[in-house]
Design a protein around this ligand. Structure first.
Ligand code: NDP
Length: 321
């Protein structure tokens, strides 16, 4: 017996239907995973609404952790019983599912299933953002939007561990208190004049880099926080996709913009393993905590989406099969 959330047509949270589905047999190169925990990510909303396309009907969800229950032909480095986790393979909202073995990593001792399911996608994203897209250096000041969110709260902690001064932007005083607790040096509210506050904080120097997952609503504000030649890392669209003309980059000081994805940064198996290992290390060291602040039953995924989209969640959210 196996159950999964399926989407037959794009739309609101109510379009996610809990159904009985066949238990799949792993194809060559795949493993069957009995899932103990499933991570909730904003990208799940994009696939549900149709902003990102998947052929319908589709499973949904990108991230999970559990035990290997069967292995397909040609899989050599995973065996039945291994504790594993993955990110980036659609169809995670399921009690059991097959995933390509080359996208799956073993969970090290000391990390439980819930933490593993919460950290793979958001944590590996934070890893490439602070280590590769813009390697954060001690002494520099950076700004992180949606700083109390899943990716945001990991970026805040990791950038602090690397020695940066961190400015976080959040929508409520409660979230401001939360990110201060994570180590943010400055917690700004979305209704403040963010560039003016950045100017004050940096003594007019402005920032080398801004991490922006909000998209449409914050794009121009983010550019206004940068120094000449600064980098805007636009890595998400929680408020909708950015559509601004590129001429604005010239007008605001020969700025750079990148739109990175975890898929590109972990496309090669060796990059996936290195990224995951770096994440496991920083979590085991205690420098970064994965805060699972909400859990829902997997069959209640719609409730989790409503919470995420209404900005009611902080940190990571996990769905339990
Ligand atoms: P979050 O936990 O950060 O949730 C989204 C947060 O965005 C909200 O809590 C809210 O924080 C903020 N927000 C601002 N405007 C809106 C809006 N109009 N509607 C809803 N939320 C809004 O989600 P995740 O950590 O899962 O993902 C964060 C972002 O990172 C997403 O945009 C996601 O697509 C992106 N991402 C990109 C990846 C990549 O490879 N490029 C990989 C992983 C994630 P507040 O109330 O404080 O404003």
């Amino acid at each position: 017996m196996n159950h999964a959330i399926r989407v037959h047509e794009n739309g609101g949270p109510e379009k996610m239907i809990w159904e009985e589905v066949p238990l799949p047999d792993p194809k060559p190169g795949e493993v069957l995973i009995r899932q103990k925990a499933v991570g909730l990510n904003y990208i799940d909303v994009y696939f549900r609404t149709g902003l990102y396309k998947a052929p319908l009907p589709t499973g949904i969800g990108m991230e999970g952790a559990g035990d290997v229950e069967a292995v397909g032909d040609g899989v050599t480095d995973l065996k039945v019983g291994d504790r594993v986790a993955y990110a980036g393979s659609i169809g995670a909202y399921s009690e059991a599912r097959c995933a390509p073995a080359d996208r799956v990593v073993k969970i090290p001792e000391g990390i439980d299933y819930t933490t593993a399911a919460a950290m793979m996608l958001q944590g590996m994203t934070a890893q490439f953002l602070v280590k590769r897209t813009w390697p954060v250096k001690a002494g520099e000041t950076i700004l992180v939007h949606a700083a109390a969110g899943g990716v945001g709260s990991i970026v805040v902690q990791w950038a602090k561990a690397l020695g940066a001064t961190v400015i976080g932007v959040v929508s409520t005083p409660e979230k401001a208190a939360l990110i201060k607790g994570l180590g943010a040096d400055h917690a700004l509210l979305t209704n403040e004049n963010i560039p003016a506050r950045v100017k004050e904080i940096t003594g007019g120097a402005m920032l080398p880099v801004v991490y922006d997952s909000v998209g449409k609503d914050t794009f121009l504000t983010s550019l206004d926080c940068l120094r000449p030649f600064g980098l805007l890392i636009s890595y998400g669209n929680a408020s909708g996709p950015v559509t601004t003309d590129l001429g604005v980059l010239a007008a605001k000081g020969s700025l750079y913009v990148t739109r990175p994805t975890l898929n590109t940064y972990t496309a090669k198996r060796e990059d996936l393993v290195a990224t995951a290992n770096d994440l496991f290390e920083v979590v085991k060291s205690g420098k970064v905590k994965i805060n699972v602040n909400q859990t829902f039953a997997l069959k209640d995924a719609a409730k989790a989406h409503i919470a995420l989209e209404s900005r009611a969640t902080t940190g990571s959210t996990v769905l339990l099969p």
